[in-house]
Design a protein around this ligand. Structure first.
Ligand code: ADP
Ligand code: GLC
Length: 501
């Protein structure tokens, strides 16, 4: 009996606590893969028994009435003052994962996460995201929940690592470690050093040099300089960023941290991205053993895109942020060899994208020049992005660099063979049918050059004619899994390593 009682009262081993600090998380805010990756990782960590929560801004698009409001406001020390915010709480859908949202109308009550459009940034971004970073500590105190790990994502929360090292560790966070995930080195949060006064003076006195890269204040560099562990979102990208052509000017900082730098491949959320259940595809849902719906979705996509209904030619799809990273320029010159198959009527192209105005205009241009075979829709649309994934035969990602890339994983799951440049996570997930016909799942080219892309598209056009092989490879692609289970185990190991630092 005594034995039983003891067992009953034995305290459960305390779970590791993690607070994710992020600027994006679906279903609340998303501009790209970051918004997908953070909550999916949180769910996988929770399954491993880790006590995980998320803090993010409450943007304009999230209705306050759907959230629980804490009765007290929270003051965050910034510069020589305190800035106050309201704190709201909700949960990731169908989970017990808390999401705390910081509400400050003047900082986050506007449309556009980082700027009014894809070509401009908000002038007060340093203040907005320094606030998010500083608030992570204050929120932990406010909740009486000091985490073991502060997990930061990209430049928007990278200053947390700097604040921890130079300010907060001595103020109650002695046992907390910071982990910085670099989803994209191309965005660093670079500001004039005169804006550094947004941070507490004591932190600046102790660690001003760590906040700088050259003459600029650089949020991501500060994170790299100070985090206890760092990772990128694929093994190949972790190696690439140590090379001058991929390091975006942070080679010295990164090379000084190679002992702390890992590459952990993102997973994708197979519950959310499932062609058999995807609401956007109803009633034509399909799976690898029942592909009929996919052919009908091709017709739906052609209709919605404004393309002629043709089964005899392959339909190529793209869904992308329109930035230099994505290699859009390889396809936007009307005379580009990459557009040959479309110009000559042997293939169709449906694009969904938004971002920098110059690329939006260029894509509108090719839709006008080759309207019978190329149609670009400018905008951000979840349902249409799913239709492009499902209705296309091939999915093009000619990225100049790609830290991980989720779209090629989604397209594999939807039986839409990816055509990618061999870089970063694309190199880690797509196997070339040219070199591995028995195990390949897509087409891979090496140089970011429109001729190579054009030749690869031509190979795909020929491949399309062999219906039997195409179906076989589609089924193979749809059964592949890049899930979060394995990756979250690696994150747990990274957390433990950071705690030992
Ligand atoms: P990145 O994070 O660099 O944009 P990823 O491939 O990791 O690249 O993730 C992109 C995510 O953003 C995918 O979920 C994709 O569907 C989505 N996305 C990108 N552009 C659009 C758009 N215009 N409309 C809808 N979804 C988009
Ligand atoms: C970034 C990268 C992309 C990655 C995503 C999620 O936006 O550009 O490659 O998949 O973050 O980690």
């Amino acid at each position: 009996m005594e034995h039983v009682v003891n067992r009953y009262f034995r305290r459960k081993k305390a779970a590791m606590t993690v607070l994710m600090v992020t600027s994006e998380a679906i279903p609340f805010a998303k501009s790209g893969g970051l918004g997908d990756a953070v909550p999916a990782l949180a769910r996988a960590l929770k399954k491993r028994g880790i006590d995980v929560g998320i803090v993010m801004p409450r943007y304009y698009s999230t209705d306050k009435n759907t959230l629980f409001k804490y009765p007290n406001a929270m003051g965050v020390p910034m510069g020589d003052t305190e800035r106050w915010c309201a704190v709201y709480r909700t949960e990731l859908p169908s989970s017990r994962i808390p999401v705390w949202m910081l509400d400050r109308e003047d900082l986050f009550g506007r449309q556009g996460l980082y700027g009014p459009d894809g070509s401009h940034s908000w002038a007060d971004n340093s203040l907005r995201f320094a606030f998010l970073s500083a608030a992570a500590f204050q929120l932990s105190r406010f909740l009486g929940r000091i985490p073991d790990i502060l997990h930061l994502h990209d430049w928007q929360s990278a200053p947390v690592a700097w604040l921890l090292k130079h300010f907060e560790r001595a103020r109650g966070f002695e046992h907390t470690a910071s982990v910085l995930t670099i989803h994209n080195l191309g965005y660093q949060g670079v500001f004039p050093p005169s804006e550094a006064a947004i941070f507490p003076q004591e932190a600046l006195n102790a660690g001003f040099a760590d906040l700088l890269r050259g003459a600029d204040m650089n949020f991501l560099a500060a994170g790299i300089n100070c985090a206890d562990a760092i990772n990128t979102v694929s093994p190949s990208y972790a190696k690439e960023i140590l090379l001058p052509e991929y390091s975006e000017g942070l080679g010295a900082e990164l090379n000084a941290k190679t002992d702390r730098l890992r590459g952990i491949l993102n997973g994708m959320d197979y519950a959310d991205w499932n062609p058999a259940r995807d609401k956007a595809l109803r009633p034509l849902n399909y799976d690898w053993y029942w592909l009929r719906g996919k052919a009908k979705l091709k017709a739906r996509l052609q209709r919605e895109a404004g393309l002629p209904l043709r089964e005899d030619v392959p339909l190529f799809g793209m869904v992308t942020r329109l930035t230099g990273q994505k290699g859009i320029d390889l396809l936007t010159d009307i005379h580009s060899p990459a557009l040959k198959e479309f110009r000559e009527g042997r293939a169709q192209l449906a694009i969904l994208g938004s971002g920098e105005r110059r690329y939006e205009e260029a894509l509108e241009g090719i839709s006008k020049e080759i309207p019978e075979n190329c149609r670009a829709r400018i905008g951000f649309s979840g349902p249409y992005s799913r239709l492009v994934e499902a209705g296309s035969d091939f999915f093009i990602m000619p990225s100049r660099y790609e830290p991980c890339g989720l779209n090629q994983m989604y397209s594999l799951r939807y039986g839409t063979l990816p055509i990618v440049r061999r870089t970063g996570g694309l190199a880690d997930t797509v196997r070339s049918l040219d070199t591995s016909p028995q195990s390949g799942n897509g087409f891979v080219f090496n140089k970011p050059d429109s001729r190579e892309l054009g030749d690869t598209l031509s190979r795909a056009v020929s491949f399309y004619k062999n219906t039997k092989t195409l179906q076989k490879v589609r089924k193979r692609a749809m059964r592949l899994r890049f899930d979060w289970n394995a990756s979250s185990e690696q994150y747990e190991a990274l957390y433990r390593q950071a705690m030992e630092e």
